[in-house]
Design a protein around this ligand. Structure first.
Ligand code: OSB
Ligand code: MG
Length: 373
């Protein structure tokens, strides 16, 4: 397989409900799609970035820039997705941008070979259990209404976004109203170690986990916090690689890991994290970045690996978008089906895609065999 060129496409997708977290409110997802064209066909990838660098240092137009300036030129000579990581290793960070590119190359490769993402990654299930991530709302009654609607739709686990001032009371209210529904919380780095006594007040609610309470680079703080609270700590932002996962486990900084392929540089590294965690007896689950159907398809394949022991933030298309850019993923009995077609098993619907596209650019790779040729 030889790369001919790469298309970068910025899309704007209005969310069905604004998504408020401790780091901001998102009402329209600005996403970046990568379409790789090869001599054998094409492949798609989606960057997990948002418009603003508030979840991590990456953001959508930053990802577009590093892709056009550095990452795409670096992969001119690659013939397989396994070569994308090594070919782009000289560029520090920018994992979400790298992940989008690697995913597009892998999609092209697997489509050409007639193999699905699930088969390639080692999926052992044909459907996965789904949870839903519920943003901060204006009031507790509004939160209870939102949770009730999601439970009615069949979601098997509820995750509440928390921040100082919106933690113990919303959790208590959800427990009182909905009993022992599987429940977890996500702080997106909003607390400090000095909040340990406050966070310990969550212990009485028997949460599945507390996700990323402290800053991304504070593994040691998480290890200290773990000694002060009973709720299992799960890391999201901190786990940027398989090495970071191994370090976090060795330090006692987490008992559970959220795997987001974008955050870690792609599905190949995501699988390595799965393997490291599984070898250490640490359960994992699949996080999300409000992906369109493209990113969702690949996340579902990953979530079907054996170590994924909790429902993921792999919600149905309708949780996010009135009209998805792929045929919609629909919840059946609290589960989504893992796509079975070649590659991602889904592709964008041309008319929907055109309607949400705000910018397209083509980077030609013909006549270029890479930066050192
Ligand atoms: O921290 O898991 C997070 C969305 C955007 C950025 C960060 C996070 C999230 C979510 C929603 O929690 C996950 C999803 O449903 O895609
Ligand atoms: Mg999170």
């Amino acid at each position: 397989m030889k790369l001919v060129g790469v298309e970068l496409r910025t899309i704007e997708m209005p969310l069905v409900t604004p998504f408020r977290t401790s780091f901001g409110t998102e009402t329209v997802r600005e996403a970046l799609l990568v379409r790789v064209v090869t001599d054998e066909g094409e492949g798609w990838g989606e960057s997990g970035t948002s418009k603003e660098p508030f979840y991590s240092s990456e953001y959508t137009q930053g990802a577009a820039d590093v892709l056009r300036s550095y990452l795409i030129p670096a992969v001119a000579g690659v013939t397989s997705a396994q070569q994308v990581g090594p070919a782009t290793a000289q560029v520090k960070g920018h994992r979400m941008a790298k992940a989008a590119l690697e995913t597009a190359v892998l999609d092209a490769e697997l489509r050409a070979g007639g193999m699905s993402f699930g088969q390639y990654l080692g999926a052992v299930r044909d459907e996965v259990e789904c949870g839903v991530s519920v943003g901060i709302t204006e009031s507790i009654p509004a939160l209870l209404d939102a949770v009730a609607a999601y439970l009615d739709q069949g979601y098997r686990r509820i995750k509440l976004k928390i921040e100082p001032g919106w933690d113990v009371e919303p959790v208590r209210a959800v427990r009182e109203r909905f009993g022992d529904v599987p429940l977890q919380v996500d702080a997106n780095t909003a607390y400090r170690l000095s909040d340990a006594r406050l966070l310990a007040r969550l212990d009485e609610f028997e949460l599945l986990l507390l996700e990323q309470p402290l800053p991304e680079d504070d593994l040691r703080g998480h290890a200290e916090l773990a000694r002060l609270i009973r709720t299992p700590i799960c890391l999201d932002e901190s786990i940027v690689s398989a090495r970071a996962a191994a370090d976090a486990i060795a330090l006692g900084a987490c008992r559970i890991v959220n795997i987001k392929p974008g955050r870690v540089g792609g599905y190949l590294e995501a699988r390595r994290i799965h393997d490291v965690c599984t070898a250490n007896g640490v359960p994992v689950w699949c996080g999300g970045m409000l992906e369109t159907g493209l990113g969702r398809a690949a996340n579902l394949a990953l979530a079907a690996l054996p170590g994924f022991a909790y429902p993921g933030d792999t919600s149905a298309s309708a949780r996010y978008y009135r009209t998805d850019i792929t045929p919609p993923f629909e919840l059946v009995d609290g589960r989504l089906a893992v796509p079975t077609g070649p590659g991602l098993g889904v592709a964008p619907l041309p008319d929907v895609l055109d309607a949400v596209t705000v910018r397209t650019e083509w980077i030609d790779l013909v006549g270029s065999d890479g930066p050192h040729a």
